[in-house]
Structures are given as structure tokens and as C-alpha cells.
Design a protein around this ligand. Structure first.
Ligand SMILES: [Zn+2]
Length: 442
């Protein structure tokens, strides 16, 4: 019989962390997956920020298609900031009630384009049962009411839907997710739900999202996270394996894909992206957080995209600025420019191609710029720098991500029992769907 599917997403785990974990014997569950499967590195999307990345993983499409542009963005039609949780202060600055509604409901119900089908929608259209644990891109066909009596708005997710104790399609006895974030209570919740689902073999495809590693990496840096959170992350994966009666039972029943959504790099400095653009404040909205920024031109703006990019020329926090000019995209770095546009299977370029020497950079930059919710100017942060968020917060002294640089952009991918060519995180959903349709044909 063809195997069912388990997709495990470990937020923010770098390939180096994964490789050390497997070799160092500190992560037996990760080592078990690596020993039974094949391992490679893949590239994330730009900006390499979780809402953008998880939407790309869950839909198999780029930001140009799924329309989620960043952790924070300017909603042109509603003339307001959307903030998915850069920090508690940023949520408060954007309006707490609005931000919570945007993060829990609107990201899926309104912001995520209908042109991008989620893996939950696709597989359930084929008659399969899908399950989601904590993944923020969850859109599905089944209406779920919240567990809290004073919250009454429904969300539409997969048949088996578990979201931070707020939505629970089944009573699993899992402890509350948000008891103690820093101590790993979110992944403890995920593990309890995962145990329940695997014990009952209650799905054809499970998306299992573990967020605590990224949280620790922001606080302690990408290497510090290995001491703080790696063993807990591993335990949450081990819980799935144990619930199937051990490795033999688990791999007999499931094909597995494990990856992270983006990397992380150490940052020691933070700057407000608004500061060098203060002269244009009446004409623009700046949305920045972590290691990526966006500048939106208001309808009556008295400034254009190249002028904004030039104004950022001497800003040490800025690595690359990007914008569209007609049929071209332009990348600017150290006062040099590269113009590019898709051509056949590759790119037509003019200028210095070393400006975009980051992984898969032309593709990622082009797809980010083609997102209708993106700013007119996109900014990728320089190594070691972060942009201060709306609430004035940053992670200097810890880790961050979001830029085009390699450390933020490359992720580890392990597949067990599933043959697929995976070079980008957008290759994951097609690989899972391909496996499921082969299984259906058997
Ligand atoms: Zn993060």
C-alpha cells in the first residue's frame, strides 16, 4: 500500500544546525530521518520571513501568486498596515485587535490569493483527509469554530485542524499552547496533538509545524538555539515516531518531508529604515521588520522608486534595493545597478550581475516584486543588520532573517520514501501532491 504523508516544518533551522544535529548525536529523531532518507539544501523565497515562506510551502507558489508579501505590509485598498506579529510591540502599534484578526483569520481568508490552492484544498478535493498543526497557512474547506466561548468567528481549515489551542477539530487532551512560549510550550502542544493524530492514523497528509526553534534562534542566535531548543524540537518529532510504534512502523506507514522555512543569521545592529527616508515621509509608507523592508508609494506621492533607492545608498543597514521599471526589474547595490527580466528559461540582464549574487536571487527578487501587495521598493538588509519594527523592537544580539543573503535563504530538506527534485521550498507541495496521486493510482 502507498504511504501516507507527514510534512514537518522546523521554523528557522539552518542547514548547518541540521547537519550538526545529525552528526553530533544530539537529535536522534532528525538523525533517524536523515539515515532513512535523502538530504539536500534548498532555497527559500524572498523576503525569507515565515508568513511568506509557509504560504509558499503550503501552496507551492511564489509570493507573486499567493500574495503574502512580508510580516508587515501596507494594504493599499484598506489604507492600513497589516502586521502578522513582528513583535508584541509591533502588534500593539498596528492595533492589537486588527493585528490578531489579520494573523488568525485574514491572512488565510482574505490576503492569501484564491489563485494559490493550498495543499489542504488540493488533497481534500481528491477525497483525502488532511491535518494541520499550528501552520499559519492553513486554508481548507472545513468550517471550524474557536475553542474560546468569547471568540465566535469561524476559520476554514483542513478536516483535522489544530491551531495554538484556538481551533481544535478534535479533543486531544493537549495542554494549552501558549502557557510558556520561551520554555517551548507551543511545540509541546504540537507534539501532544501529533501523538494523538498518529496514534489514530487520522490523516492522509499531516502538516506539522514546529515554531520554537526560530523563537530561540531570535533570542540566542542561530548557534545558541542549538543549545536551547534543538533537543525539544527533536523530541516533538520523536513523539510522532514513537506513536507509530517506532521507526519501522512510522516509515512503513508514512513518507516524510522535513524542512525549514528559512535560515537565520546573527545580527548585532539595528536601524530604522524610515530614518534615511524622512524627507519623503508624506509620500511613502515604510513597512520593515527583521531583515527585509518595503517602501510603498502613496497614490499622490511626489517621489519615485529610483529616488527612494538612491536615498538608501549610504545606509549601512541596506544591502540591495529592488524595484520595477516597465518590463524590467532593477537591483541596486553600492551605487551600481543590474536590470533584468525573464527571457526563455533564464534571464536577460544588463549591468553588473554580481549585484544579485545571492542564492537564486533573480528569481526570488522577481517573484517578490511581482506580488501586488509588495511595496514599490523592496529592501534586503546587509549582513549583521536588522530593521527596527513598527513597535521599535529588533533582535540585535540574537538571530534574524528575511534578506537575500545565503544564511537567511538556504534551508535543509530531508525526504523519506518520496522521490522528488526539490531545489526550492515551492517544490514541496507539488512533490507531496505527486506522491498522493501516485498513491491513489495504485
Ligand atoms: Zn523568525
Amino acid at each position: 500500500m502507498a504511504r501516507k504523508l507527514v510534512l514537518i516544518v522546523v521554523d528557522g533551522m539552518t542547514p548547518a544546525a541540521f547537519e550538526r544535529a545529525v552528526e553530533g548525536g544530539r537529535a536522534p529523531a532528525l538523525a533517524l530521518l536523515a539515515a532513512h532518507g535523502s538530504y539536500r539544501r534548498a532555497t527559500s523565497v524572498f523576503p525569507s520571513l515565515t508568513p511568506v515562506c509557509l504560504s509558499s510551502i503550503a501552496t507551492g507558489s511564489t509570493p507573486a501568486v499567493h500574495h503574502i508579501p512580508h510580516l508587515v505590509w501596507w494594504h493599499r485598498d484598506e489604507r492600513r498596515i497589516v502586521e502578522y506579529g513582528s513583535s508584541f510591540s509591533a502588534l500593539r502599534a498596528a492595533g492589537m485587535a486588527q493585528s490578531i484578526a489579520d494573523t488568525i483569520y485574514n491572512m488565510n481568508a482574505e490576503h492569501l490569493s484564491r489563485d494559490a490552492e493550498t495543499i489542504f484544498e488540493t488533497l481534500e478535493n481528491e477525497g483525502l483527509v488532511t491535518a494541520a498543526v499550528n501552520i499559519t497557512c492553513y486554508r481548507g474547506h472545513t468550517k471550524h469554530l474557536p475553542t474560546l466561548p468569547w471568540v465566535t468567528k469561524a476559520a476554514y481549515g483542513p478536516k483535522r485542524f489544530f491551531y495554538y489551542s484556538l481551533f481544535e477539530s478534535d479533543r486531544t487532551g493537549a495542554p494549552l499552547a501558549v502557557r510558556n512560549r520561551a520554555a517551548g510550550s507551543i511545540d509541546v502542544y504540537a507534539a501532544a496533538v501529533g501523538r494523538w493524530l498518529v496514534t489514530r492514523d487520522g490523516f492522509d497528509m499531516l502538516a506539522y509545524y514546529l515554531s520554537d526553534f526560530d523563537y530561540a534562534s531570535h533570542a540566542y542566535g542561530p548557534e545558541g538555539a542549538e543549545d536551547v531548543a534543538l533537543e525539544r524540537t527533536d523530541a516533538a518529532i520523536q513523539a510522532l515516531i514513537d506513536s507509530a510504534g517506532g521507526a519501522d512502523g512510522f516509515f512503513e506507514r508514512y513518507a516524510v518531508v522535513l524542512l525549514s522555512d528559512h535560515g537565520q543569521t546573527q545580527v548585532s545592529r539595528a536601524a530604522p529604515l524610515e530614518a534615511p527616508l524622512a524627507a519623503h515621509a508624506d509620500s511613502i509608507v515604510v513597512a520593515a521588520s527583521n531583515r527585509a523592508g518595503q517602501v510603498y508609494l502613496l497614490p499622490d506621492a511626489r517621489v519615485d522608486a529610483p529616488t527612494i533607492a538612491h536615498a538608501l545608498d549610504s545606509e549601512p543597514s541596506v544591502d540591495v534595493t529592488l524595484w520595477r521599471e516597465g518590463a524590467d526589474a532593477v537591483a541596486r547595490r553600492e551605487r551600481e545597478e543590474l536590470r533584468f527580466r525573464p527571457h526563455d528559461d533564464g534571464w536577460e540582464t544588463s549591468g553588473d550581475t554580481s549585484i544579485l549574487d545571492h542564492p537564486d536571487a533573480l528569481h526570488r527578487a522577481w517573484q517578490a516584486l511581482a506580488n501586488p501587495n509588495a511595496g514599490e521598493v523592496l529592501v534586503s538588509a546587509a549582513p549583521d543588520w536588522e530593521f527596527v519594527d513598527l513597535g521599535g523592537r529588533h533582535h540585535a544580539g540574537g538571530g534574524s532573517h528575511g534578506s537575500l543573503v545565503e544564511g537567511d535563504s538556504i534551508v535543509p530538506v530531508v525526504t523519506v520514501g518520496l522521490d522528488a527534485d526539490i531545489e526550492r521550498i515551492t517544490d514541496i507541495a507539488p512533490a507531496l501532491i505527486g506522491h498522493a496521486s501516485q498513491a491513489a493510482a495504485v
